[in-house]
Design a protein around this ligand. Structure first.
Ligand code: HEC
Length: 256
């Protein structure tokens, strides 16, 4: 036993096991601490391992003695059983790890949510009631389109670019920080399928204004009603369609 206690290899093994026991069992018992997450345990153990390796290799004689048992297990005929045992154990551990990663999980499927929930038929915009059904973009009937598009471009680049991106493709600088991702207006699944009044509603009310079937999700889309006027929102809607080349969906003409 004495010989084992003095041997650097067994000292290293002992230290390693001790560190593991302290991290997994002793630390959680300290007042005010909780279970250590396994990823943190892994990090600590990696640090401990590096520390131990530095210690054993620090001294030439200690390093040589440290390596002896490892070397013997690999070549000594009398340790054949240990060698085979280790080989089997390593294979088994790798096999189990692989299995646990590929095995089918039984977690519940993610909640389905509606990306384009039905809009309300009316909204209140800064105290004024706006009926969305049948509503067209009023700016299309107010003189030249170009100045309105230019105004929309200014508003877009002042407010929307960090999320929806330079190319209107939802790849703004902040985009990767959000889930769900900012809408990609170039994709045929967003504004290409929507009426301008729907887009107006989404810009005015943002994520907070989504009805229940639009949840659960944490849309980062701000409610712009607090920052932009009605005309400003209509002009940015014009800009989105003009820039992407999509035609807004129109209201079906009902027979008179
Ligand atoms: C903080 C990031 C952020 C900013 C800034 C932002 N958006 Fe969004 N926007 C989002 C996210 C995230 C979504 C997707 C989730 C959703 O639909 O609510 C979204 C969705 C939308 C949609 C819905 C598209 C669809 O298919 O339903 C429209 C329209 C829109 N944004 C327009 C704008 C406009 C116009 C501006 C600038 C005035 C703007 N956004 C600024 C994050 C942002």
């Amino acid at each position: 036993m004495r010989a084992y206690l003095r041997h650097p290899f067994w000292q290293a093994v002992g230290l390693f096991v001790l560190a593991y026991l302290v991290i997994v069992f002793v630390i959680p018992m300290l007042p005010g601490s909780a279970m250590v997450p396994s990823s943190v345990v892994l990090q600590y153990m990696a640090t401990v391992l590096v520390g131990i390796l530095i210690w054993v290799s620090d001294d030439e004689a200690r390093w040589t003695t440290f390596k002896e048992p490892l070397h013997e297990v690999l070549i000594q005929p009398r340790l054949k059983l240990v060698r085979n045992g280790l080989l089997a154990a390593v294979t088994l551990v790798v096999g189990c790890l692989t299995y646990s990663q590929v095995k089918a999980s039984v977690a519940a499927p993610p909640n389905l949510r509606s990306i384009h929930p039905a809009p309300p038929s009316q909204i209140t915009f800064r105290g004024k009631t706006i009926t969305l059904v049948g509503l067209e973009n009023p700016l299309r009937k107010q003189g030249e389109l170009a100045p309105h598009v230019a105004e929309g471009r200014r508003i877009y680049y002042q407010n929307c670019v960090p999320c929806h991106g330079d190319h209107l493709d939802g790849q703004g600088h902040f985009a990767s920080g959000f889930n769900p991702l900012p809408a990609n207006f170039q994709d045929n699944g967003t504004i290409a399928q929507l009426t301008e009044s729907f887009v107006f509603w989404r810009i005015a009310k943002g994520g907070p204004g989504l009805p229940r079937e639009g949840t659960p999700w944490n849309s980062a889309m701000p409610a712009w009603e607090d920052f932009l006027t009605e005309d400003e929102i209509w002009s940015v809607v014009l800009f989105l369609y003009d820039q992407t080349g999509w035609k807004p969906r129109t209201w079906e003409v009902t027979a008179k």
